[in-house]
Design a protein around this ligand. Structure first.
Ligand code: SAH
Length: 228
């Protein structure tokens, strides 16, 4: 798989992809992640990528020209399955979307800045839009990092214990149960007895019960009920 990220601030993204599971996935050749500085595609002599908004609003808007050039540069080299724009006014990204995107070959993620991008980019160039939650960030880089991380960690082979990604929250529509490690008794804080019983079937039942209880309490919307 290949993920190309178009950004005015590549520096912001040098960290997130150089550690842990994503770093190993890159080293194993499961994913290639490339950053493309948007200013390199500006035809303006000062390499500007933004301009004043029509209609006299506050803030700056990312112009079409550099973005179109960046996207055309990439699409002339290979076919892309999706050209994703990160933006708060879009459906909220979730595990189902991560699962689906992880089955694709080539993705572009466009990071917005300032007031966002000229609407014509969204109308004519972008094929998919995601928000990472109902709050506003200063740029799309952190959103692109979140989306990329969630996709890469579920690529087959990215996590050594393959079953582990499947037992995470949301994969079965539930929050994951609590987890514990040694010691069984830490200064009087005890691990639930059942986990020490060695009784696999009962442990599975307990975990499922815990998942259901936690989901009912914290995220009833996942069970189709309205949130508290
Ligand atoms: N004026 C816009 C917000 C711009 S924030 C609005 O009110 O909707 C600047 C950029 O940060 C956006 O273009 C987007 O790329 C990114 N961004 C901000 N919040 C985000 C979120 N919740 N999810 C994904 N991207 C976000």
């Amino acid at each position: 798989m290949r993920i190309d990220i178009i950004t005015v601030l590549p520096e912001l993204l040098s960290g997130p992809f150089d550690h842990s599971i994503v770093k190993r996935a890159r080293e194993k050749g499961l994913v290639e992640i490339q950053l493309h500085p948007l200013r390199d595609f500006s035809e303006d002599k000062h390499r500007r990528v933004d301009d004043y908004p029509f209609g006299g609003e506050a803030g700056m808007v990312m112009a079409v020209q550099p973005i179109e050039n960046a996207i055309r540069h990439l699409t002339s080299q290979r076919d892309y399955d999706e050209i994703i724009f990160t933006t708060p006014d879009a459906p909220v990204f979730n595990q189902g979307a991560a699962n689906q995107l992880s089955t694709l070959q080539n993705l572009i993620i466009l990071c917005g800045h300032y007031k966002g991008v000229d609407q014509r980019v969204r109308d004519h160039l972008v094929t998919m839009e995601w928000s990472i939650g109902d709050y506003v960030l200063s740029g799309g880089e952190l959103a692109a990092a979140v989306i990329t991380d969630s996709i890469v960690r579920i690529l087959p082979g990215a996590i050594s214990d393959g079953a582990s990604a499947l037992s995470d929250s949301f994969q079965d529509g539930l929050l994951s149960p609590p987890v514990y490690t040694r010691p069984a008794d830490y200064k009087g804080w005890k691990v639930p007895e059942i986990l020490l019983s060695g009784h696999a079937a009962k442990i599975d039942d307990w975990k499922h019960e815990q998942s259901l209880e936690k989901t009912r309490r914290l995220r009833p919307d996942l069970l189709g009920d309205s949130p508290n």
